[in-house]
Design a protein around this ligand. Structure first.
Ligand SMILES: Cc1ncc(COP(=O)(O)O)c(C=O)c1O
Length: 373
């Protein structure tokens, strides 16, 4: 069986980092957390990184902190992509803010920047972009809209560690590409085990250049306290632990190499899969670190069964769009046809550093010989 993601193989070389922490006898708010936060901020290219318990908390703390700072108020609107993992939207509603869903572009599967302006109202305070599947969702047009309407840009960077973007306006100069996680006013990363930079459990982080925001977030994730037993905010307990920080510090050193292998496999799929029933994602215009390699197929369930029967594990990201979930009953009658098409047709093909060349070739051959009949 070709596994969708063989975490045992991927994580074996990093087990010593967990042992180092066990030996140290210090498990929270220690040296590994400090070093990881410093290394991740430097990698992303922001002044601050605050480790959190998970990616959902990282996103939620960003909005909580904006409310605390008076930048947003309950009832304000945040523009979000209609096709995303539910956590992006949970963070907004948990803070009493109102998500305004915007359709993606079927070619990029990212929020359609041409539709954003029409969704802006006098209550809009932020645009959240989600670099879904590991592909950069930022465009210069989105940056311009944020400036024009004085909106915060919040990035959900859960799926795209190591992804970069070079503005076409800068491509002829010596400017370097920027990392996703450094475009917005603030960004949230998830280090859920399956992520490109994945921990051995839950972990997340906020990256930002905004000092005031960073201070509030750090305090709010520590019960609302900066000084021991003094509480400035109604906070929560959301900290990264030393074991995860030590593992992530080691894995960060190999992130670019593992992303390069993902890109190599993705380009083999893009160049070698040629089947009229399977729509392969193209990535000419934007960088992508292929957290997920999403193909679209009208006969998705049959394709999944066929691959399963031939020994290839796949996944679906995601079977039900947020606006059709029971937890958001009030949206169930809304129609987002492109989002619904993606959720009906998407199939995630294995694409990660644990795959051998032989396995990749087997998958390519299977995809080429699939017929729905
Ligand atoms: C796009 C997106 N946003 C947010 C999250 C939430 O991260 P976590 O699982 O670490 O809470 C995830 C992942 O699980 C995700 O894929």
């Amino acid at each position: 069986m070709i596994k969708y993601l063989d975490l045992k193989t991927i994580n074996a070389p990093f087990q010593h980092a967990a042992n180092d922490v066990l030996q140290s006898g210090w498990y929270l708010k220690g040296e590994y957390t400090r070093r990881f936060e410093e290394a991740y901020a430097a990698y992303i290219g922001t002044r601050y990184c605050i480790g959190c318990a998970n990616g959902l908390d990282a996103l939620t703390l960003i909005f909580r902190a904006y409310i605390e700072l008076g930048v947003m108020q309950k009832g304000d609107e945040v523009i979000v992509p209609a096709n995303t993992y539910i956590a992006s939207i949970l963070a907004v509603t948990e803070c009493g803010l109102t998500p305004v869903l915007v359709e993606p572009d079927i070619n990029t599967l990212q929020i359609d920047d041409a539709l954003i302006e029409a969704a802006i109202t006098s209550r809009t305070r932020a645009i959240m972009i989600v670099h879904l599947y590991g592909r950069c969702a930022y465009t210069d047009r989105i940056g311009d809209i944020c400036q024009k309407y004085n909106l915060k840009l919040v990035e959900d960077n859960a799926q795209s560690h190591g992804c970069t973007y070079l503005s076409p306006a800068h491509s002829l100069t010596s400017s370097l590409p920027k990392q996703t996680g450094s475009f917005g006013s603030a960004a949230a990363s998830s280090f859920y085990p399956t992520k490109n930079l994945g921990a051995f459990g839950d972990a997340g982080a906020v990256t930002t250049d905004d000092e005031a925001l960073a201070e509030v977030i750090r305090s709010m994730g520590n019960y609302g306290s900066s000084d021991k037993y003094v509480f400035d905010y109604v906070g929560r307990n959301s900290r990264i632990d030393e074991i995860q920080a030590a593992i992530l510090l080691e894995k960060l050193k190999t992130l670019d190499a593992s992303n390069a292998r993902r890109k190599e496999i993705a380009s083999l799929y893009i160049n070698k899969v040629d089947n009229p029933f399977i729509r392969i994602p193209k990535c000419h215009d934007r960088d992508c670190v292929w957290h997920i390699f999403p193909v679209l197929c009208e006969h998705r369930d049959r394709l999944q069964q066929y691959l399963q029967d031939h020994g290839v594990e796949t996944q679906i990201h995601y079977p039900i769009p947020p606006h059709k979930q029971r937890c958001y009953k009030e949206w169930n009658n809304l129609s987002f046809p492109i989002t619904e098409q993606i959720h009906a047709e998407e199939l995630s093909i294995p694409c990660n550093q644990a795959l051998t060349d032989n396995e990749v070739n087997t998958i390519i051959d299977l995809l080429n010989s699939f017929t729905p009949a």
